[in-house]
Design a protein around this ligand. Structure first.
Ligand code: PEP
Ligand code: MN
Length: 368
């Protein structure tokens, strides 16, 4: 489906004097007035924060976990805003949250991952935002679904919100992973391609789920030209009531941001080494495509043979053998096992599709 034409303001016009990247930081949850004010003041002292965040209503996976302090926390945020001069951001998940947050002078509202998945909730929030001059950020849905993310952004934008952005916080996955939420970078990259003017913020805290991965994930986001970062911080992370493992002290936050490298975002012209390297990549990509086309031709020939001899298309043992050999070779050449497996699976699927066409007597059109 065609994406709507959205009126989106550049991030520089949202808040005066912000430089790239926009940095949002603060606790996962507001827990007490003292925790909010102390964390906010220490963050403000670093001079590296543009916006303070805190969760007031917490969507928790299991009941019985800390579910947020509720509206009283908004007063603490108001006090922190007064003390530091920094704008504040909170998560809103329903209409009541929107009204309460706006009543308490919250500058930025964000929709959490568990809200973006539900078009009813998003639409209710969008309706409550009609005619309101707020900044709204939309986190990706929990599941890796680009259209659901775009749909939520469209609903909010249709309500007249023009200072709108997206937050990439990773996608859930069943089973072991080094991340709490898989980054699946291809999805935010596809969003950037679909809505190039949309400000993109990365939340390395919820992607990582631990402190160790915060720096590399933040750097990766900046290298992919994200406009900002949202990093959870707490005056004493080890006793945090939610997300204790991923929050950092304001001192550690300062170090992480200090060490980030901001690269040039302009496209270099073709006379320098980058231009030459890019032509080399284009040439190799062309070569890979012709090789793939050749491979598919062989697959179709195999399809003809299998059809004539009444053989099944999928021969599991043969496929397993191809996969194992390729992984072995790929790893020896410095490629990751996951990459080889993903790449071969995709090729294998296309081969099966092509062979199925041959079996069904459908022609495959190849331009000469
Ligand atoms: C949060 O930012 O604390 C939060 C609950 O995030 P998410 O919606 O990404 O899980
Ligand atoms: Mn959190």
């Amino acid at each position: 489906m065609k994406t709507m034409n959205l009126d989106i303001q550049p991030i520089q016009s949202w808040i005066p004097n912000i430089q790239r990247p926009l940095i949002i930081s603060g606790p996962c949850s507001a827990e007490s007035e003292e925790q909010v004010i102390t964390t906010a003041s220490l963050l403000a002292e670093t001079g590296k924060v543009d916006v303070l965040r805190a969760g007031i209503w917490k969507p928790r996976t299991r009941p019985g976990s800390f579910e947020g302090v509720g509206s009283v926390g908004l007063k603490w945020l108001q006090a922190a805003k007064k003390e530091t001069g920094l704008p504040v951001a909170v998560e809103v998940a329903n209409v009541k949250h929107v009204y309460e947050a706006l009543k308490h002078g919250v500058d930025i509202l964000w929709l959490g991952a568990r809200t973006t998945v539900n078009p009813f909730s998003v639409q209710e929030i969008a309706d409550a935002l009609q005619g309101v001059d707020a900044i709204v950020l939309v986190k990706n849905p929990i599941n890796p679904d680009l259209n659901l993310w775009i749909g939520a952004i469209e609903r909010i934008a249709k309500a007249g919100i023009t200072r709108i952005g997206a937050i990439h916080r990773g996608f859930s996955k069943y089973g072991p992973s080094k991340y709490r939420n898989e980054p699946n970078w291809q999805i935010p990259i596809d969003l950037m391609r679909t809505l190039p003017e949309l400000p993109m913020i990365c939340d390395p805290s919820h992607i990582s789920g631990n402190r160790e991965l915060l720096a590399p994930v933040s750097q990766k986001a900046l290298d992919l030209n994200f406009h900002g970062l949202m990093i959870e911080s707490h005056v004493n992370p080890s006793v945090a009531l939610s997300d204790a493992k991923q929050q950092v002290t304001p001192v550690d936050f300062n170090t992480i941001v200090d060490n980030l490298i901001l690269r040039d975002t302009t496209l270099a012209d073709n006379s320098n080494p980058l231009g030459e390297l890019r032509s080399e990549i284009d040439r190799i990509d062309d070569e890979l495509l012709s090789l793939l086309a050749g491979r598919m031709q062989v697959s179709r020939d195999i399809g003809e043979f299998k059809k004539a001899n009444n053989l099944t298309i999928l021969q599991a043992a043969r496929w397993e053998d191809i996969l194992q050999k390729a992984i072995e070779k790929g790893v020896a050449n410095g490629l990751s096992k996951e990459f080889i497996a993903g790449y071969l699976k995709s090729i294998h699927l296309e081969s099966i599709n092509q062979q199925t066409k041959v079996m069904n007597g459908e022609g495959v059109v190849v331009a000469s």
